[in-house]
Design a protein around this ligand. Sequence first.
Ligand code: GTP
Ligand code: MG
Length: 198
Amino acid sequence: MQIKQANFVISSPNAKGCPKPDYPEYAFIGRSNVGKSSLINMLCQRKSLAKTSSTPGKTQLINHFLINDTWYLVDLPGYGYAKVSKGLRAGFSKIITDYVTNRSNLMCLFVLVDSRHPAQKKDIEFMQMLGEKGIPFSIIFTKIDKLSKSALEKNITNYDQTLLESWEELPPRFYSSATKQSGRDEILNYIDDINEKW
Ligand code: GTP
Ligand code: MG
């Protein structure tokens, strides 16, 4: 799929403030600093459509981008960022649970995990919550440019094994690098296929 147009629509503090669910929607979620905003920019081939930062906690609202006038990409705040106050942390999880449980047009939630690290409790728990609520999700392993091919393969094998402890079947998985532009076609083709069913 070609991305001809990518326009910022609105930043919302809750699901109520989001645009009408008139188009299929795909959101990016995961721990702070995992690379959600960078991946959105890479997919859209735009340097700073979504705001990125090396300091965790950059994205704090639900950000909608309309793609080719027919579907939405959504940049979400990170979860599991320890340095913010407890009150703010509670706010993050509330905004996220509110969003994921109240978006009728959410076709797939992409859960981003850093390919360099072993499975984190927070991510596994989050995916379990999605399973319980019946929210469809896929996993994207990010920042694959930061490790060797063999280290990546080893980490992914271990990750799959951890997932199989709580899931009978593995979700779709993608591997991305925002700096090297890897994974773009695979993710966009996957979205394209789902859009056809809308
Ligand atoms: P929050 O909005 O704070 O939750 O973070 P985020 O998940 O949106 O992360 P963001 O895209 O802002 O990226 C965080 C940092 O990681 C930035 O310094 C990016 O340049 C860097 N980064 C993101 N993706 C990649 C990648 O694929 N490769 C490398 N090497 N760095 C990356
Ligand atoms: Mg961000």
